[in-house]
Write a protein that binds this ligand. Structure first.
Ligand code: DGL
Length: 279
C-alpha cells in the first residue's frame, strides 16, 4: 500500500489531452459543488494509436499522479484509456496502490443508455483505432443488449486535428465526412452514432453537418456526469472524501501556454494551468 494523503481532495479527471475537457464541462454543469483536478497528458497524446501496454503504462502513471495529489476518485475521461487500462487498474493495481481509492471510466455509462436511444438496434461507433480494435463497446453492449449490433469506424486523424487546434478549419471537413460516410456504408440501418472518444464533441458542428438528420449523435459527457452523480449517491464513503468548493485546477504534461490557450477556447473561459512532470 502506498501512503497517499487521507484528507478529502478534489475528484481527478484524466485524459490523454484536451478531450476530457468535454467530460469535465458536463460534470461541472451537473455537479458544480465539487472540486476537480484535470490532468491532460498532452505531451504524449494521442494515445489512440498506441499499443495496449503503452496506454496502460501511461494511464497508470497519470492515475498514480492524481492519487499523489490526493484524489480518492479518478475518472478516466478517455475511451482509449478506459478500453485498454481501466480493468487492469481496477482489478490489479488498486489493491497494491490503495484499495480505498476508486477509478471509473467512460464506456460503461455510455453503454448503459444506448438501449434507450436506438430504435433500429443498429448502432454506429466512432473512436480511436485503439478503442475500435479493443472491441470494448461491442462486448459491453452485447452483455446488456444482446440484440443491438455495433459497427465501428476508427478515425485516427480526428484527435491530432483537435490537439493541433485545426478542428474549426476546413481541412477537418474532409476527414469527418470521409469517416462518417465509411461508417454508414458499412451499415445503412444505423440510427444512433456514439462519439466514442471524448475529443469528438469538439468537432460536433462538422459531425452534425455530415450526419443525416434522422441519426442521433450520442455525446458521452451528459451520461458520464449522470453516472458519476449516481455513483456518489451510492457511495457516501467516497463522496465524503471529495472536497466541495466548486474549484478546478488544470495540469498538463506539455507547455502551459499551449494548454491554456487551447483549453480556454474549448471551455470558453480563462484557464490557468500548471505543467507537471510525471514521476
Ligand atoms: N480522448 C481520448 C479518447 O476518448 C483520445 C485518445 C487519444 O489520445 O487518441 O479516446
Amino acid at each position: 500500500m502506498t501512503n497517499y494523503s487521507t484528507e478529502p481532495a478534489p475528484i481527478g479527471i484524466f485524459d490523454s489531452g484536451y478531450g476530457g475537457l468535454t467530460i469535465l464541462d458536463e460534470i461541472r454543469a451537473q455537479l458544480p459543488q465539487y472540486d476537480y483536478i484535470y490532468l491532460g497528458d498532452n505531451a504524449r497524446t494521442p494515445y489512440g494509436s498506441r499499443s495496449f501496454d503503452v496506454v496502460y503504462e501511461y494511464t497508470l502513471q497519470c492515475v498514480k499522479q492524481l492519487f499523489e495529489m490526493g484524489c480518492h476518485l479518478v475518472i478516466l475521461a478517455c475511451n482509449t484509456a478506459s478500453a485498454k487500462a481501466l480493468r487492469n487498474i481496477q482489478q490489479k493495481d488498486l489493491h497494491t496502490l490503495d484499495s480505498s481509492r476508486r477509478v471509473l471510466g467512460v464506456i460503461r455509462p455510455t453503454v448503459e443508455i444506448i438501449g434507450d436511444i436506438t430504435k433500429t438496434k443498429h448502432v454506429g461507433l466512432l473512436g480511436t483505432l485503439g478503442t475500435i480494435q479493443s472491441n470494448s463497446y461491442p462486448l459491453e453492449i452485447k452483455k446488456l443488449f444482446p440484440d443491438i449490433s455495433v459497427t465501428g469506424e476508427a478515425c485516427p486523424l480526428w484527435v491530432p486535428i483537435i490537439e493541433n487546434n485545426e478542428h474549426m478549419h476546413q481541412g477537418a471537413d474532409y476527414f469527418v465526412k470521409k469517416n462518417i460516410e465509411n461508417l454508414l456504408r458499412k451499415d445503412d440501418k444505423i440510427d444512433s452514432i456514439i462519439l466514442g472518444c471524448t475529443h469528438y464533441p469538439l468537432l460536433i458542428n462538422k459531425i452534425k453537418a455530415y450526419t443525416p438528420s434522422h441519426i442521433t449523435i450520442v455525446s458521452q459527457g451528459k451520461y458520464v456526469a449522470q453516472s458519476l452523480l449516481q455513483y456518489l449517491q451510492r457511495h457516501p464513503e467516497i463522496e465524503a472524501k471529495c472536497t466541495k468548493n466548486g474549484e478546478v485546477q488544470f495540469f498538463t504534461t506539455e507547455s502551459v501556454e499551449k494548454f491554456q490557450s487551447s483549453a480556454s477556447i474549448f471551455l470558453q473561459q480563462k484557464v490557468e494551468a500548471k505543467r507537471i512532470t510525471l514521476v
